[in-house]
Write a protein that binds this ligand. Structure first.
Ligand code: HEC
Ligand code: HEC
Ligand code: HEC
Ligand code: HEC
Ligand code: HEC
Length: 204
């Protein structure tokens, strides 16, 4: 009996643990070589994601900015700041900064930004309100059920592709012409949820 209880308890603990933010790393700010703030640069200054993640529309990876992108402004702004010393050194030595990854998937999962962006799946769906993050963290669990949850029925979460980097877009409070947009986009792009949940869509 005692052994049985111990096993049950262990099982419950393991399940709770697997779903907690600890294992999925959801909601945990990550230490970086430079405390880069999306809240300042996106939320306050209004920079578009593509200014720094230039490959997101074209390729599998969004990419991280090279230091010369930061130096466009920081060769004039905060030029002596100690906090930016690693950026200046990286630029001078032409060596990329070693950013700590926030949202990496295991190698056996295939993912592609371009297809999502071109169909109108917004950054905020998978990365949350980046414009409110003083340090980046993982906003969604990135477990299989998260991906499949949308793949079963993407319609309500599609928007016009030119709006994907907007953090506050909503189909309801703007142009009434956007209502029902998702259903129309499903037809226009020939999106078939039945195929999107096949194992080999994501495990190739
Ligand atoms: C001024 C440049 C800049 C802009 C603009 C910018 N980012 Fe970033 N982003 C960075 C840098 C630098 C990092 C790496 C450091 C970090 O994780 O905070 C990063 C990291 C990220 C990460 C974590 C990637 C990972 O897996 O490690 C996500 C997600 C992200 N950005 C999304 C966005 C989105 C969405 C937008 C637009 C709403 C945006 N960024 C705008 C510079 C920028
Ligand atoms: C378009 C101009 C611009 C670009 C590009 C830019 N910054 Fe900034 N950055 C600013 C401004 C303006 C401030 C001052 C913000 C404030 O004090 O409110 C700032 C402040 C900072 C700070 C001080 C802390 C903070 O957030 O206030 C850090 C660190 C920083 N930037 C890092 C970076 C890095 C790393 C990059 C490249 C990935 C980058 N910046 C690209 C304009 C820029
Ligand atoms: C459908 C979900 C989804 C959408 C939409 C999405 N991302 Fe991502 N993003 C991911 C996943 C998953 C990863 C991790 C990929 C990996 O490890 O292979 C990632 C990684 C990143 C990274 C780290 C560098 C890289 O390319 O691996 C950045 C930066 C990023 N995303 C920015 C963006 C921006 C900007 C947008 C909107 C223009 C966006 N993402 C839209 C899911 C998404
Ligand atoms: C908010 C909705 C949404 C989320 C979340 C989402 N996807 Fe998608 N995904 C889509 C849509 C829409 C398409 C495009 C389907 C099409 O055009 O046929 C797509 C397409 C794909 C494709 C390409 C299939 C092909 O035909 O090449 C892959 C791979 C993929 N997603 C993997 C993932 C993974 C892995 C995750 C989780 C990390 C994820 N997706 C999360 C909506 C989403
Ligand atoms: C839309 C994308 C997507 C589809 C479709 C998908 N998977 Fe996954 N799968 C993932 C992601 C993302 C992970 C990584 C989970 C993690 O890191 O926690 C994963 C992880 C797994 C794992 C590792 C163990 C686990 O559960 O974490 C197995 C096994 C697996 N998938 C099997 C399947 C099978 C079988 C199918 C078809 C019925 C399938 N997957 C369909 C995205 C997908």
């Amino acid at each position: 009996m005692l052994v049985f209880l111990a096993l049950c308890g262990g099982g419950l603990f393991a399940t709770g643990f697997a779903r907690s933010g600890y294992l999925t790393r959801q909601g945990w700010p990550v230490d970086q070589p430079v405390p880069f703030s999306h809240k300042h640069h996106v939320g306050d200054l209004g920079l578009d994601c593509r200014y720094c993640h230039a490959d997101v529309e074209r390729g599998r990876y969004a990419g991280l900015p090279a230091s010369h992108v930061c130096m466009t402004c920081h060769s004039q702004l905060w030029t002596g700041a100690a906090i930016l010393a690693p950026v200046r050194a990286s630029f001078a030595q032409d060596k990329p900064l070693a950013w700590t990854r926030v949202s990496a998937l295991p190698g056996y999962v295939y993912f592609d930004h371009h297809i999502h962006i071109s169909r109108g799946v917004a950054c905020v769906e998978c990365h949350g309100r980046v414009d409110r993050m003083p340090l980046a963290w993982r906003a969604k669990p990135f477990q299989m059920r998260f991906c499949i949850g949308c793949h079963r029925d993407p319609a309500p979460r599609l928007r016009p592709p030119d709006q994907v980097t907007r953090m506050d877009w909503s189909a309801w409070d703007r142009d009434p012409a956007n209502r029902g947009y998702g259903r129309r986009a499903m037809a226009a792009f020939h999106i078939q949820p039945a195929k999107l949940t096949d194992c080999d869509t994501c495990h190739r």
